[in-house]
Design a protein around this ligand. Structure first.
Ligand code: ATP
Ligand code: ATP
Ligand code: MG
Ligand code: MG
Ligand code: MG
Ligand code: MG
Ligand code: MG
Length: 264
């Protein structure tokens, strides 16, 4: 590499290295999708094609990055769990989050054109995503992180389903909002059932629970500090592994007990 007198400016760059021996979760979230969903007239409360675009983009990202063991998403967001020993970009935070944000954006736009060809994207409002990385030091926290996201999906979906039923029945958005102010989950379920004959339990699982992608790898003991050959073998195994799509409960222990991601 040729040296120049200007190279000293490189020293001003700051690095943030994500803690070793921790599980990294990267969450991406669509920027201004409330407005974007209006611009492209998403069906409310759930536009199934927009979800399919999101899910296809997330799956493609997972295929491109074998270190991702698990992904969970709903609405305009996705969370990706990286294996503990992950050395992607030497765990450089900015590299990791900027790559996730730009990659999911590219895939999202690609799949949009495939899945929603009748609504071409306009340059006045293109979908883009932000990303952040968080390190969690143990498996219990990882479980609670994903539980947190699924509970959020449930709360939002119950609210949105009730809200849009009220609006479609003739209430203004303000009136619907006022009516739901201070209501409990059970109140919303009752409004849905009594006023609209909707049993919330029978709503599609993808809306109630979001989408889970699991990389099916058989568990081996602790895999940090691998020799070069062991690391290559693990990488190959991860690359070749199958990814399964589920719309299941990830709050109960059962999901985690049957899938030992830990140590990888
Ligand atoms: P990376 O892309 O691997 O995350 P980077 O963006 O810093 O790192 P490059 O994109 O490969 O590196 O190169 C950017 C430019 O910065 C290069 O053209 C090179 O001249 C210069 N450069 C990169 N690394 C160094 C270094 N360690 N010392 C001095 N100059 C460097
Ligand atoms: P920010 O830039 O802060 O993330 P945002 O407008 O994207 O702002 P979010 O909290 O991320 O806000 O909410 C995403 C919004 O996108 C939801 O409120 C929902 O209305 C809409 N949305 C996303 N996906 C869908 C979908 N598949 N069907 C219907 N609406 C959707
Ligand atoms: Mg937000
Ligand atoms: Mg958003
Ligand atoms: Mg969101
Ligand atoms: Mg570079
Ligand atoms: Mg470069």
């Amino acid at each position: 590499m040729a040296k120049s007198r200007y190279e000293y400016v490189k020293k001003f760059e700051q690095e943030s290295i994500l803690l070793p021996e921790t599980y990294i979760v990267v969450r991406v979230d669509g920027r201004g999708f409330h407005k974007l969903s209006e611009r492209y007239e998403f069906e409310k409360p759930n536009d199934s094609r927009a979800l399919e675009v999101m899910n296809s983009a997330a799956l493609q990202l997972m295929k491109a990055m074998p270190d991702i063991l698990l992904a969970y998403g709903d609405s305009d967001e996705y969370s990706f769990l990286l294996r503990k020993g992950c050395e992607l970009f030497e765990r450089r935070e900015f590299k990791l989050v900027s790559t996730f944000a730009s990659t999911i954006t590219s895939y999202y736009q690609f799949y949009w054109s495939q899945i929603i060809p009748d609504k071409p994207l306009g340059v006045d409002r293109l979908p883009t995503f932000d990303a952040r990385a968080v390190c969690y030091p143990n498996a219990e926290l990882i479980k609670d992180y994903f539980r947190w996201r699924q509970v959020d999906c449930h709360i939002n979906n119950l609210y949105n389903t009730t809200f849009w039923s009220l609006v479609k029945s003739g209430l203004t958005t303000q009136e619907a909002e006022n009516k739901l102010l201070g209501t409990l989950s059970s109140d919303k379920q009752e409004i849905l059932f009594k006023e609209f004959g909707i049993n919330y339990n029978n709503e599609p699982e993808i809306y109630k629970k979001g989408t889970v992608f699991v990389r099916e790898v058989d568990f081996e003991a602790e895999t940090t500090d691998l020799s070069k050959r062991q690391a290559q073998r693990l990488q190959k195994k991860l690359t070749k592994s199958e990814i399964h799509k589920l719309h299941c409960d990830i709050i109960k222990d059962e999901f985690w007990e049957t899938r030992p991601f830990w140590g990888i």
